[in-house]
Ligand binder design. Structure first.
Ligand code: COA
Length: 332
């Protein structure tokens, strides 16, 4: 049986920084409210014509490939996680394949929202374990700023989300106990509408009407309290599931990289595991919640900052729309 490991990391965020003060000029909100409820100070907004989801994914991928010492011809497969693809179809995997000149390799798009990157990593891990592929490009990329309404009506969600991309190279190796030790994936579709964007959808004869636009039906909706309650339950559960599956305990964890949903959710998880700040990665104050991009951005930054060291036991964990929740345990 083959094993997989991450051998290159990269991220890209758009240049435009949007602070809480900027938002408070466009809607009824304040810096204090946003910081207290979410921990976010600023986020990035994409530039039209420059930073599409596939383009940002490509830029992050180029950095990851260069750091892993990989050329286009070395990549066997693309797994692309996003809830905000450039087109309704086809997905962003094929767009990145063409942009990077990867040849006629398979491309899979994963639509698991905030759990997207870990689901994508798990897909890559399975394809490597079976020997189907040796080197896989995994990307998480999102543009959220243009689906939110920057207005009083959209304020409960608009202040939380941001744009950006992260990527990694996952490679086959034959050293047991190193690299991705296991991944754990869960979902509960009975909460599907508690964090969702339901229009335009195929279930209606007229996918888009003027009435929908006027009603704000084209905006995402979130039951914030429901999301919060489930996130603080399932983050610890799925982290412990990963630790126990590999015969580890809470105290063995060297670094926790949670999906950057909300600083209060991260703080609750940190408290549950009694972890010092040095063992938990949090960069939500700079980028907001970038959904499928948040874990690869946080992992890349942590690695760049020297916080990811050889031999470390690292847990990635996520919770989000679906609801989905997931974890990956890595021996670096
Ligand atoms: N600025 C100022 N006030 C705002 C606001 C904003 N951006 N958004 C909402 N409010 C107001 C509401 O209108 C409400 O006012 P009211 O009391 O007059 O009705 C008040 O703030 C409280 O709103 P509520 O929705 O009850 O707040 P909350 O304490 O539940 O906090 C969240 C809202 C979204 C911050 C919180 O529910 C949360 O963190 N949920 C998890 C969200 C998350 O992590 N999502 C990502 C999942 S991957």
């Amino acid at each position: 049986m083959h094993h997989s490991k991450i051998t290159g990391l990269g991220f890209y965020v758009p240049e435009e920084v949007v602070t809480n003060a900027d938002l408070s000029r466009m809607m009824d909100t304040t810096d204090e409210w946003i910081i207290e409820r979410t921990g976010i100070k600023e986020r990035r907004f994409f530039k039209e014509g420059e930073d599409t989801v596939s383009e940002m994914g490509k830029r992050a991928a180029e950095i990851a490939m260069q750091r892993a010492g990989k050329k286009a011809a070395d990549i066997d497969m693309v797994v692309f996680a996003t809830l905000s693809p450039d087109y309704n179809f086809p997905g962003c995997g094929v767009l990145v394949q063409a942009k990077l000149g990867l040849g006629h390799i398979p491309c899979i798009d994963v639509r698991q929202q905030c759990g997207g990157f870990i689901y994508a990593l798990s897909v890559a891990d399975q394809f490597i374990k079976t020997g189907f592929a040796r080197t896989i490009l995994v990307i998480g990329s999102e543009v959220q700023s243009n689906v939110m309404e920057i207005s009083d009506r959209g304020r409960n969600m608009a202040v939380i989300f941001g744009d950006g991309a992260g990527a990694c190279i996952v490679e086959s190796h034959d050293e047991p106990g190193k690299g991705i030790l296991s991944t754990h994936l869960h979902a509960d579709g009975s909460f599907a509408t508690d964090l969702s964007l339901q229009h335009p959808g195929s279930r209606l004869k007229n996918r888009v009407t003027h009435e929908m636009i006027d009603n704000g039906d084209l905006l995402p909706t979130m039951n914030g309290k429901m999301v919060f309650a489930h996130a603080v339950k399932y983050f610890p559960e799925v982290i412990r599931e990963a630790l126990h599956a590999n015969n580890y305990e809470d105290k063995d964890l060297d670094l926790l990289i949670p999906h950057q949903a909300n600083a209060r959710i991260t703080a609750a998880v940190q408290k549950e595991f009694n972890l010092p700040d040095s063992k938990v990665v949090s960069n939500i104050h700079k980028y907001g919640n970038t959904t499928a991009a948040s874990i690869p951005i946080a992992l890349t930054e942590a690695w760049q900052d020297g916080r990811v060291k050889d031999g470390d036991l690292i847990c990635l964990a996520a919770f989000g729309s679906g609801f989905v929740w997931a974890s990956a345990l890595i021996r670096w």
